[in-house]
Each structure stands twice: as structure tokens, then as C-alpha cells.
Design a protein around this ligand. Structure first.
Ligand code: GLC
Length: 558
């Protein structure tokens, strides 16, 4: 039996009060991971010159903005998320002049630039931390971090029971200048990433100044790393659980999502508002619920927050519908656009997630059924791009790249691999340099090799192989993003209208559109809701009805 889909209403696209409108509300934002995007100088490591040279590719892809993961001076203990100097570019990525050139060139091409800001912790090679260690106990600089005496008879036990997100204790013991064991310091991530003490006014002042430095350079916004971590509960209380990783993301922790963080973002917002143009703050905040995420984007705080609940949702119609509804419901009262994201540099690429059975989380080590994964990934992307709000695309997903699940251990660089085998820590698999050409050294990534080995199959995924190729994933992304641009109704508003659909199928109405998603592994026949506009796989309309192939999304105009 075919299923009739009622025509959608135009939906309510009224702006909720509070936030001014701006480009970011329905923007498609492309994440560049500078190490792995393009290598301008042939040393095997991506760099800013490489990014600048490839900006026309991003313009042609049709995205509105580019978010760059950190390129600051850093010993690279956590791939640049350990910053030694927030106002300098690491020589492996280039110079400040290169950053200036990149920002200007992007603006000339109509692209905005968002940079990563890492305020929860610095590198242990940051000037403050080095001096704090060298000056020993009592150094005023120690107050800018969390130094504490240890417990036990000789201070040999960590000050509390917190664990590092990368595994092991969240505390490392220092050695005093005279060589004896000294105080401990807190690092929620690697030991090379000491946490700042945000109660200290010098820390707050320094970050206000760093914001201005980059705003003066012309950036259009900041992606705020670990935005939920800056404030720790008074007294750094024990957690009282040995299963900390299970609690993460499900509960408010004494070191995550404390209410005090919001005051910081209010103060930052006033700085951004002093600058001309629409500059934005985007929260990387892993919180237990979308409602708590919404707190970060209240009208006087940030503009957007990543929707990790969406990223973590399985390829299942009911679950997708539920998370779309709860995401839109949570953001509506604060007036911020909902965001959507499927992949980034910290999780297994969605092609590989969807190739595996659900329930394995976001760090997966098996390739699964690659063909199935790609089919679902393409369908998931078309669904994401049909939703109201802003969407994030991670470099290489437009090529349908899978995760590299068989990297040799000796090639790995992710610190969490070394600290927490078996827990997290397989992030290198989504960070392999992307292929530009069918052949050639590092498939056109650069004139040299690539810092993580690329699989032999990479050439077939290259931009060269997919450009102009009918049905390729790259052409699907280009067509979908162009269609979104031509029909502003697609990303606008705050609502979707759910239409009746058979089990396992989603049918959602947007102004002038219907998007149908078959999440099942079998074809489903429905009434054709309108004129076929775009589909994630081959589909044939048969008179008034259409057979939606398995794991396929179709856009219709109505
Ligand atoms: C964020 C980054 C991740 C990094 C961590 C510590 O979660 O996305 O890559 O390891 O913060 O800075």
C-alpha cells in the first residue's frame, strides 16, 4: 500500500526574541583540520598556505564559513589543542602574515573565518606555566592554574579522584626546583594541558585580550573549545565514582557544565558586540541534555552550540525524529538557531559509524559495511541539510571518506590512544590527510608525504576523481548546498512539520519542500509528495508514487 503524505504548511518561521538575526543562523560551516587539509610546503603536514590555496574549492562547495582547528604555537601534545602562545602561529603551520593572508583571501571570496579558542587549558610550555613550575610553591603564577598539595602522608596521592578525559588521573605531581616531589596540578586532558584557574582575574583579562587580538585580525568568530569546562566546583570536590567516563555527558560533573561558566561568555559577548560585522561565538559544550546546551546560547551569551546529541544519534527514524524535535524545542525559547553536525575531528566519521551496528558510541575501530555506511551517510547529510538552523561539515565528509580503522600503532599521534587504550583515543582515524588527486604523492595533499598514512584506496575518493562525476558524494554535497542557497526557506525558521509516513520513514515539511528519509534496509513505496529535487541515491518516480530505496533521502519541492 502506498502512503499518502499531506501537503505541509509553511511552518512557523517567526524569530524568537532576543538574538539578532545574522548570517550564522542558517550557515553551512566547514571545519578545516589544518594538519590534514592541504600541505603548502611539502613537509607532510598541512599548513595555512595550503588552506589559502584551496579556499576557492570551499567557495565552490558553497559553504558560508570555515572553522579552523588550532594553528597556534604549540608543542602539539594534543594536535594543537595545547597552546603555548595564543597570539602566534606555530611555524609548522606558517606565520601571522599567512593567517592575515588567509583571512583576507577568504573574505574576498565571500567566506567567513572562525578560529578555535582553547581557554580551558594551556600547554605546559606556556610562559605562565613554565614560570609557575620554575618558581616553585608559593609562586603567584601557580594561582593561575590549579596547583594543590597531594593527599597521603607525603603528599603522594592526587588531591582528588578526578580522572583525565584521556585516561589516568587528572593530576600530575610536580618536582620542586630542588628536585624533591612537590605539588600536583590539574589537567582534565593530557598532562601537557594544565587547566587554567578561571577564578583568577589575570586569566579572564588575558582571554579578553586574546579575543580582541583575533577580532582585530578580522576573524568572524570563535569556536570555543571545552566551553563547559572552565569553571570547577568550589573546593574541587571528589566525584566519588570510579566509573567517571560513564558519567561524562550524562550528568553535571564538578568540572563540567558548572553554572559559573555563563558569566564568562556574557563578558565575551559584550566584546564581540563592540566589533562591526556579525562575529560569533560557538560553544563546544558536551552537556547531559540539549536543554543545558541551550543555556550557552541565551541571548546575551554565545550564538551557537554544537549539537552532540544529534551527532550521537543512530540511523533510526524514531530516534532521529525525537532528537530533531528535542533540539528544536530546546533552542526555541532562547532564540538561538539549532545546529546539526555528523562528524568532526574527535569522533569516528559518520560513514563508518553508520557502517557499524548502532550502540558502539562515537569511537569505532571496525570498518563495518562500507557501502551501507556511505549510503546512509549520504542520506543523513541530505536530512541534516534540510533542517532549520546551521549545519557543520567536517573536511572530507563531502568526499564520503570513511575512518581509517587500521592505522598502525606506530603511526598514531592522538594522546588519548597512549593514555587510554580501549576507552577513547582512536581519533587519528578521522584525521588522515584528505585526497585531492587520484594519484601522486599523498594524493595531492602536498608535494611530500602525509603525517598519517593514507590508505591505497584514497585516490578514488579524491576531489579530482569525484568532480563532475555524476552521483559522486562531492557532487551531492555541492548540489545540496547550492539548493539550500537558492531556497533560503530550507535552513530558515525553527520548525519542521512531520507528515504521516510509514514506519522507518521520516517525512518532514519545510516551507515549499518535503524531505523524505527511508532509514530502513528495504524500499518503501509512498505517494510522491511533489517534484523530485535531489536524492542521496538513484530514485525513480513512477506516476504519482515513488519507491524510496533503502537508506535514501529525497528532497521534493511542493
Ligand atoms: C576538544 C577538542 C579535542 C581536544 C580537547 C582538549 O574536545 O575538540 O580535540 O583534544 O578539546 O582540548
Amino acid at each position: 500500500m502506498t502512503q499518502h503524505l499531506a501537503a505541509p504548511s509553511t511552518g512557523t518561521s517567526a524569530e524568537a526574541p532576543g538574538h539578532p538575526t545574522g548570517w550564522w543562523q542558517d550557515a553551512v560551516i566547514y571545519q578545516v583540520y589544518p594538519r590534514s587539509f592541504a600541505d603548502g610546503n611539502g613537509d607532510g603536514m598541512g599548513d595555512l598556505a595550503g588552506v589559502t590555496a584551496r579556499l576557492p574549492y570551499l567557495r565552490d562547495l558553497g559553504v558560508d564559513a570555515v572553522w579552523l582547528s588550532p594553528f597556534y604555537a604549540s608543542p602539539q601534545a594534543d594536535a594543537g589543542y595545547d597552546v603555548a602562545d595564543y597570539r602566534a602561529i606555530d611555524p609548522m603551520f606558517g606565520t601571522l602574515l599567512d593567517a592575515d593572508g588567509l583571512i583576507r583571501e577568504a573574505h574576498d571570496l565571500g567566506l567567513r573565518i572562525i578560529v578555535d579558542l582553547v581557554p580551558n587549558h594551556s600547554s605546559d610550555q606556556h610562559e605562565w606555566f613554565k614560570r609557575a613550575l620554575a618558581e616553585g610553591p608559593g609562586s603567584a603564577l601557580r594561582e593561575r592554574y590549579h596547583f594543590r598539595p597531594g593527599k597521603g602522608t607525603d603528599g603522594e596521592l592526587p588531591p582528588n579522584d578526578w580522572e583525565s578525559i584521556f585516561g589516568g588521573p587528572a593530576w600530575t605531581r610536580t618536582t620542586d626546583p630542588d628536585g624533591t616531589p612537590g605539588e600536583w596540578y590539574l589537567h582534565l586532558f593530557a598532562p601537557e594541558q594544565p587547566d587554567f584557574n578561571w577564578e583568577h582575574p589575570a586569566v579572564a583579562d588575558e582571554f579578553r585580550s586574546i579575543l580582541r587580538f583575533w577580532l582585530d585580525m578580522g576573524v568572524d568568530g570563535f569556536r570555543v573549545d571545552v566551553a563547559h569546562g572552565l569553571v570547577k566546583a568550589e573546593g574541587l570536590p571528589d566525584l566519588g565514582s570510579h566509573d567517571q567516563l560513564k558519567l561524562l555527558g550524562n550528568d553535571v560533573m564538578p568540572f563540567f557544565d558548572q553554572d559559573g561558566v555563563h558569566e564568562i561568555y556574557r563578558s565575551w559577548r559584550t566584546i564581540l558586540d563592540e566589533y562591526p560585522g556579525d562575529r560569533i561565538l560557538v560553544a563546544e559544550a558536551w552537556t547531559p541534555t540539549v536543554e543545558r546546551t541551550a543555556n550557552y546560547v541565551r541571548p546575551d551569551e554565545m550564538h551557537q552550540a554544537f549539537n552532540f546529541q544529534y551527532l550521537s544519534t543512530a540511523w533510526d527514524a524514531a530516534e532521529l525524529r525525537a532528537v530533531i524535535d528535542s533540539s528544536l524545542d530546546a533552542m526555541r525559547p532562547v532564540g538561538a538557531p539549532t545546529t546539526w553536525v555528523l562528524s568532526n575531528h574527535d569522533v569516528t566519521r559518520h560513514t563508518t559509524r553508520f557502517a557499524n551496528p548502532p550502540g558502539l558510541g562515537t569511537q569505532i575501530r571496525t570498518p563495518g559495511d562500507g557501502e551501507l555506511g556511505l549510503r546512509r551517510a549520504r542520506a543523513a547529510t541530505l536530512l541534516m541539510l534540510a533542517l532549520p538552523g546551521s549545519a557543520y561539515v567536517y573536511q572530507g565528509e563531502e568526499l564520503g571518506l570513511p575512518d581509517v580503522t587500521d592505522l598502525p600503532d606506530e603511526a598514531r599521534q592522538d594522546p588519548s590512544f597512549f593514555r587510554a587504550e580501549g576507552q577513547d583515543g582512536f581519533r587519528d582515524g578521522c584525521r588522515v590527510p584528505i585526497p585531492w588527486t587520484r594519484e601522486g604523492s599523498s594524493y595531492g595533499f602536498g608535494a611530500g608525504g602525509s603525517w598519517l598514512p593514507q590508505p591505497g584506496s584514497w585516490g578514488a575518493y579524491s576531489v579530482e576523481a569525484q568532480s563532475g562525476t555524476e552521483g559522486s558524494t562531492l557532487e551531492l554535497y555541492r548540489a545540496a548546498i547550492a539548493t539550500r542557497r537558492e531556497h533560503p526557506g530550507l535552513g530558515a525558521g525553527t520548525d519542521v512539520l512531520w507528515l504521516d509516513a510509514p514506519e522507518g520513514v521520516l517525512a518532514l515539511g519545510r516551507p515549499g519542500f518535503v524531505c523524505t528519509v527511508n532509514t530502513t534496509g528495504a524500499p518503501v513505496r509512498i505517494d510522491a509528495p511533489g517534484r523530485l529535487l535531489l536524492s542521496s541515491g538513484p530514485v525513480a518516480v513512477d506516476g504519482d508514487t515513488v519507491e524510496l530505496p533503502a537508506d535514501t533521502t529525497v528532497w521534493w519541492t511542493v
